[in-house]
Design a protein around this ligand. Structure first.
Ligand code: SF4
Length: 468
């Protein structure tokens, strides 16, 4: 029998447009990664353009002394009159003196690409000189979109994960998460629980998630007797997991294809290809796939999923039969669309900046299966969409809810079209069984609000359409 991950999606229709769409620049990943990795410092080597973007996109966070800074290139840097190495050394020494981080992450930008600044070449030399590890990630707007920034940083960090730890240290590293889970419990209880784990090869999960979600997913696996040996990234850079050849790895987010590739190619890990743990359906299949690869029979997942669905009924009534359109800007689109179709929505189009059909194979297969089971047409998947064309299609299709960026949200609302701002899905807690409600809370909010305001009769606020 072939498993879900092995079946190639066929009936899905893939298209590729011009790539003329709005999204956040991938350097925005510093905003959540510096919070996740508590002892890190992010240095974005770019221009005022990048600085303006970060300053505005991060909102109130910029007043909280964030552990990120811009290394703003000047005329002299661009024309190579200044020495890159000396300039970076000066800045990194200042960071070391003021913040003393365990790692400095250099984020390369469009400008460093175009002037061909050799960050990867400079880093090892400077690292040795100042005594702090330097990770180089080229998270620029030329090559990547939004969440892919995290992918470039994590792919670079894979190289810094210890290969083999001395046995005791390995225990310590692997157990830092366990220690947290066992906090305040008696030694005997902990011992007894250790034996509840099945004997399976080590499993490392990758993807940056808020700590409460990390704990939830770790506990879900623990219920199945699976021990998580580590997470990439960990709470601290010094706690990066040990990764040895032959370890199993599984991703929690759809945009981590480079990290997955690096783990497989450079560290010889075995990737577990599963749908992503978004929505109760995705979470169950993610857990089941991990269980099946590790040779463990899952227990109680069907009941758990059914119970979560029953809990969502009030929200489901609001969206059943409605249509949703993803303009596409953060790569979470396929997983979210699959979940919303399972909720009873229809989805004519999923826009997505970049589609790795191999890394997302199981998710695409599940999307197709979900459409068949729910009796709705499969969506058209539009890679590198063209926002202008999409707006035309949205108008023609009379969509109930458009998931889009801030650039189009208000103009569409003014034309009587419900919108949900897509970036919120990146920062909200959407993974695992218990967070399914949060996704639907976000999705239904504009519908509930506009329903409440309907009687005012102000749903069309533009006087006439401009003729372009
Ligand atoms: S797209 Fe390029 S220039 Fe613009 S903010 Fe991003 S890295 Fe900087």
């Amino acid at each position: 029998m072939t498993s879900l991950a092995d079946t190639q999606p066929q009936a899905l229709n893939f298209e590729c447009e011009t790539g003329n769409y709005h999204t956040f620049c991938p350097i925005s990943c510093v905003a959540w990664l510096y919070q996740k990795i508590e002892d890190s410092f992010f240095l974005v080597i770019g221009t005022k353009t990048c600085g303006y973007f970060l300053q505005n996109a991060m909102g109130v966070m910029i007043f909280a002394e964030p552990r990120y800074a811009m290394a703003e290139l000047e005329e002299g840097d661009i024309s190579a009159q200044l020495n890159d190495y000396e300039e970076l050394k000066r800045l990194c020494l200042q960071v070391k003196r003021d913040r003393n981080p365990s790692v400095i992450v250099w984020i390369g930008t469009c400008t460093t690409e175009i002037i061909k600044m050799d960050l990867e070449g400079l880093a090892p030399k400077l690292e040795a000189e100042i005594g702090i590890p330097i990770v180089v990630a080229r998270a620029n707007g030329l090559d990547y979109a939004f969440t892919q920034g995290e992918d470039t940083v994590l792919a670079a960090m894979v190289q810094k994960c210890p290969e083999k730890a001395v046995p005791q240290e390995k225990e310590e590293r692997g157990n830092s998460l366990q220690k947290l889970l066992n906090f305040g419990r008696k030694q005997e209880e902990v011992k007894a629980e250790e034996s509840a784990y099945h004997d399976h090869p080590p499993l490392v999960l990758f993807g940056s998630l808020p700590d409460p979600v990390v704990t939830q997913l770790t506990l879900e696996l623990k219920k199945q007797g699976i021990k998580v040996s580590g997470w990439l990234p960990a709470k601290r850079f010094t706690e990066l997991p040990v990764i040895e050849e032959g370890y199993y790895v599984a991703g929690v987010n759809p945009f981590l294809s480079r990290t997955a590739t690096t783990l497989m190619r450079r560290r010889k890990c075995k990737l577990i290809g599963a749908p992503f743990p978004i929505g109760p359906d995705g979470t169950r299949l993610w857990l089941e796939k991990i269980c099946s690869v590790l040779g463990i029979t899952p227990t109680g997942l069907a009941e758990r999923e059914a119970q979560i669905w029953a809990n969502l009924e009030d929200y489901l009534q609001l969206i059943r039969g409605k249509s949703v359109f993803f303009m596409g800007d953060n790569l979470l689109e396929v997983s979210l669309a699959r979940f919303l179709i399972r909720c009873g929505m229809t989805c004519p189009e999923i826009g997505i900046p970049y589609m790795d059909k191999r890394y997302q194979a199981a998710e695409l297969a599940l999307l197709e299966q979900t459409c068949h089971e729910m009796g709705v047409p499969t969506p058209k998947i539009v890679e590198k969409p063209d926002n202008y064309n999409q707006i035309e299609r949205i108008k023609a299709l009379d969509i109930d809810l458009v998931i889009t960026g801030m650039a189009h949200a208000n103009p569409l609302e003014a034309r009587g079209i419900n919108t949900k701002w897509s970036v919120e899905f990146t920062f909200a807690q959407i993974h695992g069984f218990s967070n399914a409600r949060d996704i639907l809370e976000l999705v239904t909010r504009p519908l509930r609000r506009n329903h409440a305001l309907k009687d005012l009769g102000w749903n069309q606020l533009v006087r006439e359409e401009a003729q372009v």
